[in-house]
Write a protein that binds this ligand. Structure first.
Ligand code: EPZ
Length: 427
């Protein structure tokens, strides 16, 4: 539920005292798609290591609204009974809070031959168009009607497999049509497909349950259509959230004495880790954890350019910018994926960071510059976490509003931060 809870953080004023372990939760951008994929199953799907975050709660509400029976088995495991999908209408009320709801359209159209959904809410990081989805459905033989408040998409009999070329390597468009292809007739080929680890994780699970998908993790994915999948006796264990883990590594470099980020997958973070190592951050990279020694780290400024995986992830751009405000020298920041994802820098500027927005995609940061605590409003979940990191290293007290946004993607973040020594209160 959306409340106006706030975080009150008493900053460390540059002291590097955080220590202990911080756990990496299951990945939001993996589990949301496996939940949506449950529509492809004739019987059931069981999912473990599910993070306790708002977006998961919204997706479960959407699925229940569609007729899926949701059984919570323990705090991190859900069993979804999908034998009866009662409606093709995606709830506007719920989906307007969840951009990821768009990936329900492919499975629903594949299973029911019809889906209606609202124009998805954009969010502050960009207009978030869905032209790739509309085009893709047309290529698979569907008819699209814009009802004004949203879209009604229908197929006469079944989706027909075909080749789809995406102008950008879109993550959710790739996932959506990979799932639609599972129930389309014949072969669907996705070209210029996104290669994120979450897509590979989803595709491999679908294959375990009867799908025939090849090319996962490459720019060309081929899906041979068949029938509904079966999840009997199968469990999807949600992969670690590389964005949460990366955010905690950045925090460790800025304010850690010795901080261990546990249950993560370092190989999904190579772009960040190589950048931090070259900047002078001291880390011990183990099989499924990363120990950051902030006190022994030097921070030399470096340029970043966000890019589709395996390039530098746009979701870590804001947390990394906070580190660049404390790095020695000038950094050039180039956000290539979204056109509205630099606005948070104005808030860092009010905390006395030396930042200069050049245009919608580029900014300059000079450091090191000590930050002062401020009152802030988190605009989206990734900038919200960047504000938490900035408030922790600043001197004085900060208040961060719209904590719902941060709870969307970071599980019990205040509890985890208190456990490593952060003075943070939720009010
Ligand atoms: C996914 O969003 C993630 N969300 C985003 O994470 C992430 O930032 C993004 O991928 C990039 O990695 C989920 O997985 C739920 P895109 P998505 O389609 O799929 C343009 C977070 O904080 N585009 O890969 O919506 C689009 O405007 C969120 O967890 C079109 O033009 O992003 C962007 O410029 C934020 N038309 C580019 O493609 C379309 O139809 C890449 O976006 C679709 C996308």
């Amino acid at each position: 539920m959306i409340t106006d809870e706030q975080f009150i953080i008493n900053g460390l004023a540059g002291k590097k005292t955080l220590e202990g372990k911080i756990n990496t939760p299951g990945a939001k951008n993996a589990v949301l798609k496996v939940l949506a994929a449950s529509i492809l199953f004739s019987d059931e799907v069981t999912i473990s290591n599910v993070p306790d975050i708002e977006d998961v709660a919204r997706m479960l509400e959407l699925l229940e609204d569609l007729g899926v029976v949701v059984e919570k088995q323990d705090s991190k495991t859900y069993r979804l009974i999908t034998s009866e999908i009662l409606t093709h209408e995606i709830s506007t009320e719920i989906s307007k809070h969840l951009r990821a709801s768009i990936v329900l359209t492919g499975p629903l159209l594949g299973r029911l031959g019809k889906v209606t959904f609202p124009h998805p809410g954009g969010c502050v990081i960009g207009k978030r168009p869905i032209d790739f989805f509309i085009e893709g459905f047309k290529i698979l033989g569907a008819d699209i009607k814009d009802t004004g408040s949203g879209y009604e998409i229908k197929v006469k009999k079944n989706l027909k497999g075909n080749t789809i070329f995406f102008k950008n390597a879109s993550v959710t468009a790739t996932e959506n049509f990979m799932m639609a292809g599972v129930l389309a007739e014949g072969q669907t080929i996705i070209k210029n497909a996104a290669m994120e680890p979450e897509i590979v994780s989803l595709g491999e699970f679908l294959n375990e349950c009867g799908a025939q998908i090849t090319g996962l993790g490459t720019p060309e994915i081929t899906i041979t259509g068949g029938s509904l999948l079966s999840g009997k006796d199968k469990i999807y264990h949600t992969m670690p959230d590389r964005i949460a883990a990366g955010s905690f590594v950045i925090l460790g470099a800025l304010a850690g004495k010795k901080l261990e980020v546990t249950n993560c997958e370092p190989k999904h973070l190579e772009s960040l880790l190589y950048s931090l190592l070259s900047a002078g951050v001291k880390m011990e990279i183990k099989k499924d954890s990363i120990i950051v020694y902030g006190r022994d780290s030097k921070l030399t400024a470096f340029d970043i350019k966000t890019h589709e995986y395996p390039g530098f992830p746009t979701d870590l751009q804001a947390p990394l910018a906070v580190l660049l405000t404390q790095s020695d020298g000038q950094s050039f920041l180039f956000e290539t994926i979204f056109e509205g994802r630099l606005n948070y820098l104005e808030t860092l500027g009010r905390m006395e960071a030396d930042v200069k927005i050049i245009d919608a995609h580029r900014a300059l940061i000079n450091g090191p510059k000590s930050l002062k605590g401020r009152e802030m409003e988190s605009p989206d979940l990734r900038a919200g976490l960047a504000y938490v990191i900035a408030a922790i290293i600043a001197s004085g007290v900060s208040t961060i509003h719209n904590v719902y946004y941060i709870d969307r993607g970071y599980e019990h973040i205040d509890k985890s931060l208190r456990a490593i020594g952060v003075d943070i209160k939720r009010v």
